[in-house]
Design a protein around this ligand. Structure first.
Ligand code: NDP
Length: 275
């Protein structure tokens, strides 16, 4: 019997996770069965319990259940603890559930390993203070960057996130509204807002990038995202979207479950070609 894994979300039909994990399994010579589960918005816990009771070994969790998964597990990694959200469920040998969050390490690895961004000494701006921004906080602060600034439309939420980040790291973390960015320069600007879902870009100053600065949009799609286009138009040395982050977070989940870390470049290339 192949070892069973799945991704649970609602909606779920669009999820690329089964394709990604099938490619990882083939590459690593592992036999797994990775499916999709349309989660019940009113009884997520029952879906999870059923999956594991039937012998499932691990679940990826996507919208809108990441916070519920955080509350459900018996123990959490530190990065999941601070994220307030869990995207990977692992069943422990004693049957208890462990929750992890691999989004942030996915972001850092995509930038550093796949594209060669040097975090050491970098001044980094994180746009947004919702679930995506909070989810990447711990790995980002552990990346070697010099200073993190969090800017959000609702400045108060950026401040709350900065306090959370400061509590988990010695790296300086500042926060502001978008108007507080005037005159500031960054080596890397990461867009973790959902503005791009409606084709918009947060109202940020045109001269935000330091010479050689990069932009990274957590959003991805067949066409360049609005924020990628903003980067290209405002002198970014590199302007990346979040497809690599999606594949890297999956690779970290696969490693947690299977103990092997798959190569990601060929899987990213496969998904790009399919767009
Ligand atoms: P949330 O709804 O939790 O947060 C939305 C954030 O965007 C808030 O900070 C909000 O500001 C801000 N925002 C929304 N609209 C605008 C706008 N028009 N101008 C400026 N700011 C705006 O969403 P998530 O954090 O869950 O998701 C954010 C993005 O990250 C999504 O596009 C999602 O697809 C992407 N993502 C990508 C992943 C990947 O693997 N590549 C993983 C996870 C997420 P305010 O607080 O003021 O409302």
């Amino acid at each position: 019997m192949p070892h069973r894994y799945a991704v649970i979300g609602n909606p779920i039909a669009h999820s690329q996770s089964p394709v990604i994990h099938a490619a990882f399994a083939e590459q690593c010579g592992e036999v797994i069965d990775y499916g999709r589960i349309l989660g019940d918005r009113h009884d997520f816990a029952a879906d999870v319990q059923r999956f594991f009771a039937q012998g499932g070994l691990g679940l990826n969790v996507t919208l809108p259940f990441k916070e519920q998964a955080w509350a459900l597990v018996d123990e959490r990694s530190e990065r999941a603890e601070v994220a307030g959200a869990v995207n990977t469920l692992i069943v422990l040998p004693d049957g208890r559930l462990r929750g992890d969050n691999t989004d942030g390490i996915g972001l850092v690895r995509d930038l550093a390993d796949n594209h060669g961004f040097t975090f050491a000494g970098a001044r980094v701006l994180l746009l947004g203070a919702g679930g995506a921004a909070r989810g990447v906080l711990v790995p980002l602060l552990g990346s070697g960057l010099r200073e993190l600034v969090i800017a959000n439309r609702t400045a108060e939420r950026a401040h709350t996130l900065a306090v959370l980040g400061s509590g988990s790291s010695t790296v300086p973390v500042a926060a502001c509204g978008f108007e507080g960015l005037i005159g500031e320069r960054f080596d890397l600007v990461i867009n973790a807002t959902s503005a791009g879902l409606s084709g918009a870009v947060p109202p940020i100053p045109a001269d935000l990038l330091a010479p050689g600065g990069w932009t990274y949009d957590m959003l991805y799609g067949a066409e360049p995202t609005a924020f990628c286009r903003w980067g290209q138009a405002h002198g970014a040395a590199r302007s990346l979207d979040g497809l690599g982050m999606l594949v890297e977070q999956a690779a970290e989940s696969f490693r947690l479950w299977r103990g092997v870390r798959p190569r990601t470049a060929e899987v990213i290339a496969m998904l790009r070609a399919a767009d």
